[in-house]
Design a protein around this ligand. Structure first.
Ligand code: ATP
Length: 328
C-alpha cells in the first residue's frame, strides 16, 4: 500500500505551451480540494537542482487560466541530464518533504522524470504539455489546439497577400518529428500541399503537383512545411528550388516561428489542462506513479510513462487523403 501523499510539487519543463498555466492551476486547486500541500518549482528541473520551491494555495493561481506561457517558468536543464544533477534534485525534494512530483512537459521532460523515479524510487506523474502533439497514449497534448488556431489564423492572413499577387508561399510551421500541426493546419487553412516528417513526398512530385494546380487555373498557392519535413532541403533551399522549376509564380517563404507557442490558450486547451491537472493529483492520491495522464476518446486515462515515451504509431493516412482530395 503506497504511503499517503501529503506534499506534491509541480513544475513545467521543456518548451512552453499555452495552457500550462491552466494545468498548474488545476493541480494546485485539486491539491487544495483534497487537502494536500502543493509546491511550485520555478524553471523546471533547474529549480529542482537550485532548490527554488514555493508553496502555492488556491489563491496563488487566480487569473492565470487565460494566460499563455507558464508563470512557474520553464527551462532546459543540462545538469538534470546527469546523474549528479538528478541526485541534487532528489536531495532537495526530500529536504522539502515532497512525496511526489508532477511534471508538465514533453517527451524530454518525461524521460528525465522517469530517470529520477527509477534511480531514487521517487513517485512522478507526467502531464503532456507541448504544442507538438507528439506523445504516445494521449489524443491531445496541452497547447496543441491553441497552436493550430494560431497557425490557421496566420495562414489565412498570408493567403490574402498570396492571392492578391499570384504568389506561392512556403510556410514553415513547428514539428521536428510530428506532422500534426502541419497536416491539420494545412487542411484547416486550405493549403495546396503539406510536407510532414512522417512521409517523404519527394520534391519532384511536389513540383508536378504544383504544375498541375497551375494548369487547373490556380493562381496562388500555399504550401505548409513542417520543420522536420523529409525533402532534405531547408525551407529557403526548397523555395529556391521551386522558383527554379516554376516560372509562373512569385515564390515567397515565411517561417512562423515562436508565435506558434504564444497567446491565450483556446477553450479546448483550458478544459484539457484542467482535466489532466485534476487527474494527475487524483492518480497520485490513488497510489499511482510513473504514469502519464492523457485523454483518449474524451476520457482521462493513465498510461505508464514508458509507454508515453515509446514511438508513436502515426495514423495520418486518412488526413493525408482528405488533404489530397480537398486540394484538387
Ligand atoms: P518540447 O516537446 O516542447 O521540446 P520537452 O519536454 O521534450 O518539450 P526537452 O528540452 O527535450 O523538452 O526536455 C526538457 C528537459 O528534460 C531537458 O532540459 C532536460 O533537463 C530533461 N531531459 C531531457 N532528456 C533527458 C534525458 N535523456 N535524461 C535526463 N533528463 C532529460
Amino acid at each position: 500500500m503506497a504511503k499517503r501523499v501529503k506534499n506534491i510539487a509541480v513544475l513545467t519543463s521543456g518548451g512552453d505551451a499555452p495552457g500550462m498555466n491552466a494545468a498548474i492551476r488545476a493541480v494546485v486547486r485539486a491539491c487544495s480540494y483534497y487537502e494536500v500541500n502543493c509546491f511550485g518549482v520555478y524553471k523546471g528541473y533547474e529549480g529542482l537542482i537550485d532548490n527554488d520551491f514555493t508553496q502555492l494555495n488556491a489563491r496563488s493561481v487566480r487569473n492565470i487560466i487565460n494566460k499563455g506561457g507558464t508563470f512557474l517558468k520553464s527551462a532546459r536543464s543540462k545538469e538534470f541530464r546527469t546523474k549528479d544533477g538528478r541526485q541534487k534534485a532528489y536531495v532537495n525534494l526530500k529536504e522539502n518533504s515532497i512525496d511526489a512530483l508532477i511534471v508538465i512537459g514533453g517527451d524530454g521532460s518525461f524521460t528525465g522524470a522517469l530517470k529520477l523515479s527509477e534511480e531514487f524510487d521517487f513517485p512522478v506523474v507526467g502531464i503532456p504539455g507541448t504544442i507538438d502533439n507528439d506523445i504516445n497514449g494521449t489524443d491531445y497534448t496541452i497547447g496543441y489546439d491553441t497552436a493550430l488556431n494560431t497557425v490557421v489564423e496566420a495562414i489565412d492572413k498570408i493567403r490574402d497577400t498570396a492571392s492578391s499577387h499570384n504568389r506561392l508561399f512556403l510556410i514553415e510551421v513547428m514539428g521536428r518529428d510530428a506532422g500534426d500541426i502541419a497536416l491539420n493546419s494545412g487542411i484547416g487553412a486550405g493549403a495546396e500541399e503539406i510536407l510532414i516528417p512522417e512521409e517523404d513526398m519527394g520534391v519532384d512530385r511536389l513540383i508536378d503537383s504544383l504544375k498541375k494546380s497551375e494548369k487547373s487555373g490556380k493562381t496562388s498557392s500555399i504550401i505548409v512545411v513542417a520543420e522536420g519535413d523529409k525533402s532534405g532541403k531547408n525551407i529557403f533551399e526548397l523555395g529556391e528550388y521551386v522558383k527554379e522549376k516554376l516560372d509562373g509564380y512569385d515564390v515567397r517563404v515565411s517561417v512562423l516561428g515562436h508565435i506558434q507557442r504564444g497567446g491565450s490558450p483556446s477553450c479546448f486547451d483550458r478544459v484539457l489542462a484542467s482535466k489532466l491537472g485534476v487527474g494527475a493529483v487524483e492518480a497520485l492520491l490513488e497510489g499511482l506513479q510513473d504514469v502519464m495522464i492523457g485523454i483518449v476518446h474524451k476520457n482521462v486515462t493513465t498510461v505508464p510513462l514508458k509507454t508515453a515515451l515509446s514511438k508513436r504509431i502515426h495514423k495520418h493516412d486518412r488526413l493525408i487523403k482528405v488533404a489530397d482530395i480537398t486540394s484538387v
